[in-house]
Design a protein around this ligand. Structure first.
Ligand SMILES: Nc1ncnc2c1ncn2[C@@H]1O[C@H](COP(=O)(O)OP(=O)(O)OP(=O)(O)O)[C@@H](O)[C@H]1O
Ligand SMILES: [Mg+2]
Length: 348
């Protein structure tokens, strides 16, 4: 029996962890799922900003949830990451990963020594100078990952893998649509949004934006001169729907304006992808992340891109063990998506 491992998601204002027993033959089993709240300033766009607070929260989470494992997989996302399609000469993957720093400096906006690099092959193609591997280059700033691994180690835990959050999300989201065609996976967080185009279950294109649900809350608070907690509650109540009173109408208008920017980003991503891959056809959109729960957002997105939109049912890819309180787990909605997806990376 393989040992359990834990997907650890450093969200904004919350840390989430899922302990999963991998199962090479079938659905992995979720053993435990737990969350702990932290002040919003402790984690900024997925990067630990206040180590002391995060370490204390992690220790509390481990003792309260009684996780049996200390091995964690963490995610990176948002602005710390750059992903780019790239074709490289065909060679064994291990060798290719070793030579990456020398091959990609021109593509990076930062010195290669400051970056962590990985390459995910997609297909073999014939290039002008021989066989090539087309794939996705993933580059993250070393600094952002180090801040997280340092805090996690200080809490007595061990990072065994680092994965791209959009990839983790895509593992949970994929195959929601049975029909043919590519899927667009849209994950709207508080401070970041990712858009992934996947074909045949494999991510082909990744775009991350530094925008999410928190922008809406902040804008409502500012426009109505109310505090953020009030703005958050108002946002969740009215979403983009027509409000009944002036405050609700203003909130809905503000939410609509910011959501429209996200919708435009999804549309332009589809257009960009179609331009580069004219044969592509799209089957649907799968929506996840708390920000995607905004009332009216799924409908607006579906109408704008002309595709069916489904919400991800976190947990369907897992069998849920007896120690998980099913009610609270499923009530968490899409919140566990990232933590679950981080446990699903097949061993390289
Ligand atoms: N019912 C709802 N209606 C509208 N917005 C919602 C709703 N529920 C949650 N949100 C918003 O979702 C966001 C949180 O989403 P999520 O939990 O996916 O983000 P996170 O992982 O904490 O942040 P990030 O990934 O950006 O670091 C917040 O902005 C919150 O206001
Ligand atoms: Mg998140």
């Amino acid at each position: 029996m393989p040992r359990t491992l834990i997907g650890l998601d450093l969200g904004s204002g919350v840390i989430r962890a899922a302990e999963v027993q991998p199962n090479p033959k079938g659905r992995p089993q979720l053993h435990r799922y737990a969350e702990v709240a932290v002040p919003a300033s402790a984690i900024n766009e997925g990067v630990v900003a206040d180590e002391e607070v995060v370490v204390a929260a992690l220790k509390r989470l481990w003792s309260e949830a009684r996780f049996k494992s200390r091995s964690v997989v963490i995610g990176i996302g948002s602005q710390q990451v750059l992903t780019r399609e790239l074709a490289l000469p065909r060679m064994p993957l291990e060798q290719l990963r070793e030579t990456l720093p020398f091959r990609v400096q021109d593509l990076l906006p930062l010195p290669v020594e400051q970056a962590l690099l990985d390459f995910f092959p997609l297909e073999e193609v014939e290039g002008e100078e021989g066989p090539q591997l087309r794939g996705l280059l993933v580059a993250a700033t070393r600094e952002s990952v180090t801040a997280n691994t340092r805090a996690i180690a200080a809490a007595g835990l061990r990072v065994i893998d680092v994965d791209l959050i959009p990839f983790a999300v895509s593992r949970v989201q994929l195959e929601e649509h049975d029909g043919p065609g590519a899927e667009v996976l849209v994950h709207v967080g508080a401070q970041s949004t990712s858009i992934v185009v996947a074909e045949g279950g494999i991510p082909q294109f990744v775009r991350t934006l530094p925008a999410g649900g928190a922008d809406i809350t902040e804008a409502i608070a500012e426009r109505l001169r109310i505090d953020e907690a009030e703005a958050e509650a108002l946002k969740r109540r009215v979403g983009m729907a027509e409000g009944t009173d002036p405050a609700a109408r203003t909130a809905a208008k503000v939410a609509g304006e910011i959501a429209a920017e996200l919708v435009r980003a999804v549309r332009s991503t589809i257009a960009f992808y179609t331009n580069a891959h004219p044969a592509a056809s799209f089957g649907g959109v799968v929506l996840s992340g708390g920000g995607g729960a905004l009332i009216g957002f799924a409908d607006a997105l579906g109408a704008a891109v002309g595709l069916p939109v489904m919400s991800v049912a976190a947990g369907v890819k897992f069998s849920v063990g007896p120690r998980v309180d099913q009610e609270s787990f499923f009530a968490a909605g899409p919140a566990p998506t990232v933590a679950l997806g981080l446990t699903m990376r097949s061993p390289a």
